[in-house]
Write a protein that binds this ligand. Structure first.
Ligand SMILES: O=C(CO)[C@H](O)[C@H](O)COP(=O)(O)O
Length: 225
């Protein structure tokens, strides 16, 4: 078999089967979601009526350029289906997200959604989360102190930078990328980190996924919680 499409493209296309006219969609962030937005652009042009809530300024800009109608939480109270990527997916459907720095808005959208669909290629499937450094969004004030508290949990926090300057999230915060190596108890760790005053949110998405679509050698594998 020849594969003209990347795994990311294939799962992005497969996610369309969960979209129906009239829906409010959560629009995730990242390169896999970018392919999904391209699919959505085509469908909208062909007459599909949906509205999206973007999880980042990046997605907002793309959606606007693609003519995908957008809305926000002042106009809708719930999201029918949220589609997003992930950095790691474990066998229990727990996720590591935030590689793109949009974890807070992604989590708010996932929490508000009736159905959460994660689209990934098979490089994201792991037995245990933690190979990818855990992104933790922190308040800029005193971030050095927050980093030192995070370190006590067995990681090495690194301030995310762009062009030698701290990366600033859409919410005006910093990201500390915390290399744990392997996370034995993601739910417990998330709960502990959340208790730190300076921590806004962690990239651990616990029990927030309903369906995982994984591209495996050109085939979409569908796992349902
Ligand atoms: O969590 C995310 C952004 O905060 C993305 O979903 C994650 O980084 C996956 O990105 P990509 O689809 O480009 O591999």
């Amino acid at each position: 078999m020849t594969h003209h499409n990347s795994g990311k493209q294939i799962v992005a296309h497969a996610a369309l089967s969960y979209v129906q006219s009239g829906m409010t969609l959560g629009l995730g962030t990242g390169s896999t979601v970018h392919y999904f937005l391209e699919e959505l652009k085509r469908c909208v042009r062909e007459g599909l009526h949906i509205q999206g809530i973007p999880t980042s300024k990046q997605t907002e800009k793309l959606a606007e350029a693609y003519g995908i109608p957008l809305t926000d939480f002042s106009k809708v109270t719930k999201i029918d289906v949220a589609i997003d990527g992930a950095d790691e997916v474990d066998p229990d459907f727990q996720l590591m997200k935030g590689g793109g720095g949009s974890l807070v808005r992604e989590k708010i959208v996932a929490e508000a959604a009736d159905k959460r669909i994660i689209i990934v290629d098979n490089t994201k499937s792991v037995d245990k989360l933690g190979r990818f450094p855990l992104p933790v969004e922190v308040v800029p004030f005193g971030w050095q102190k927050t980093a030192s508290y995070l370190e006590r949990f067995g990681c090495t926090p690194v301030l995310r930078k762009v062009n030698q300057q701290p990366f600033v999230s859409d919410n005006g915060n910093y990201i500390l990328d915390c290399a744990f190596g392997s996370i034995e108890h993601p739910k417990t760790l998330h709960g502990q980190l959340k208790q730190l005053v300076g921590v806004v949110e962690t990239g651990l998405f616990i029990d927030m996924t309903d369906i995982v679509l994984t591209a495996n050698n050109g085939v979409v594998e569908r796992q349902i919680k």
